[in-house]
Design a protein around this ligand. Sequence first.
Ligand SMILES: Cc1ncc(COP(=O)(O)O)c(C=O)c1O
Ligand SMILES: [Zn+2]
Length: 367
Amino acid sequence: MTSLVCSTCHHSFSDDLPRWQCTCGGLLDMVFQPDVTINQISSANLSMWRYRAVIPLRHDKNIVSFNEGKTPLLDIDIDGLPVKVKLDHLCPSGSFKDRGASVLVSKVKELGIQHVVEDSSGNAGAAIATYCAAAHIGCDIYVPASTSAGKLTQIEAMGARVVKIPGSRDDTARAVLQQAQHIYYASHVWNPYFLHGIKTIAYEICEQLDWSAPDFFFTPVGNGSLLLGAFIGFGELLNAGMIAKMPRLCAVQSAHCAPCAEAFFLNQKTIVPIDPQPTLAEGIAVAEPIRGAQIINAVRQSNGDFITVLDNEVKLWLDKFYKKGLYIEPTSAVVFAGLSKYKRKLGKNDTVVTIITGHGLKTNKKV
Ligand SMILES: Cc1ncc(COP(=O)(O)O)c(C=O)c1O
Ligand SMILES: [Zn+2]
């Protein structure tokens, strides 16, 4: 049984209702506790849908997929530290967001919805637009006016209507909320189906490590869809007895915009107001993440940590990755800058996993 439960008033909604928010305005989380075994994984399917048994969709006929996921786990040396890196920039639209978009747009199709709205710094919008194109569902994507040209071109090419909002990423989020009162909000932040697509990365990592959990998983964090999706996925695997421990989740934020890190270091449970500064890491420039308290809780519960990095450190690691032959976008360099700072806190035998979140072709200018 799958249901959506409000994190504020605990009201529960059936999964056949087109709800992305509680009537009280609260965030919805999914109540869905799959008890998966290795036998239920369809090994013939070489995509994230091999974990179909743990994806909360009623009917297979509604699956919208390009066989995304099942990305390589590549060994990369970060300043002498051996790190295993998921190459999620190789997903069909060029970012890890395709995992969430595949599941969310499948659910949108299942609900019979013809048109959605979404807001994004670019990548989630491109992913939702891509899967909506495949499913012949209309979409309006709200973006900050400053979004990279590569991402805008991609969203428009997919047939979506782009709505550019002057100001910050948070101003864009506020603008779309008005539209979302009458059009279904296919949000990668509010909508829990998105997180249940992202969680497949945890299943893939553990399978690629011969059904064991890494000691650490490092993620960039803006709105936290990657971190929270991974937390759900590793949690399900732990619950099902398929792994023996929860990896320590380490979240890397830009020092120019680090609301969760600041709250964590101040020992707060919810985000603290900050004065955000512009950053190269446009994908994580989120000053007021809606799921901020959940992000901080996931890091604490997993005995993880926060790291902040400056733009010059991001630039340094971006260049280092270009020199390795890996064309990544600036936001994706954030975790490597963070790892190199955190390296001395890691044990020699720790298994450290991270991810390349977005392709360099998205930001078609050299920084
Ligand atoms: C390239 C890239 N990396 C990381 C992130 C961070 O994802 P989240 O906002 O879910 O924390 C984003 C979000 O847009 C992104 O575009
Ligand atoms: Zn509620």
